[in-house]
Design a protein. Structure first.
Length: 186
């Protein structure tokens, strides 16, 4: 059980590379037995992951990370098994991670993601509910990484954000208002 929990933690580290040190420390705590993750918690994570990313991506993710008790497989092994390139396997894993961490079904199993933004202004853009992946990508490409970056931006400058059209701006305004920033406008 601890082995699977550590593998699930490695997945979170893959999803959130900037927090890898925190996840590695938690893996050590699991291995030492100071932190316990129950089977039902892991099963809830696996169910929610499958629900969000679909069967094929779920299968590839489970095989790569060894979630189902088997030893983790390398991208090259999975590429041979699925008759695709290793690059394609990595793309599938990244797409699955991005879809999961942006979904409403995301489970912060280890509490590390929430610990990193203790105020709403520190919340990453990809965790804002109500904005599409396209809008999220436009914001991140423009260097807007969290809510504080959104709040700092001058209203007129939003029209210069590449590929952020009227619909994206409307999504952003609605999302910010739903977060309690009623005076936010573009």
């Amino acid at each position: 059980m601890n082995n699977v929990a550590a593998r699930v933690l490695s997945y979170y580290g893959f999803m959130f590379p900037k927090m890898k040190e925190q996840y590695d420390a938690r893996i050590k705590e699991i291995e030492e037995g100071t932190v316990q993750i129950t089977e039902s918690e892991i099963q809830a994570f696996l169910d929610s992951l499958k629900n969000v990313i679909g069967d094929r991506k779920y299968e590839i993710t489970c095989l790569y990370f060894g979630f189902l008790g088997d030893d983790p497989k390398k991208a090259s092994e999975l590429a041979a098994e699925y008759d695709v390139t290793s690059t394609r396997i990595v793309q599938v894993l990244i797409n699955a991670c991005n879809a999961y961490k942006r979904s409403d079904d995301f489970i912060d199993l280890f509490g590390i993601v929430q610990e990193t933004y203790d105020t709403p202004e520190k919340m990453p853009v990809y965790r804002i509910r109500g904005i599409s992946a396209r809008t999220n990508n436009c914001l991140q490409k423009a260097g807007i990484c969290d809510v504080s970056d959104i709040l700092k931006k001058e209203p007129k400058s939003w029209f210069r954000v590449e590929n952020l059209g009227e619909k994206g701006r409307e999504e952003l305004v609605a999302a910010m208002k739903s977060m309690g920033y009623g005076d936010f406008s573009i």
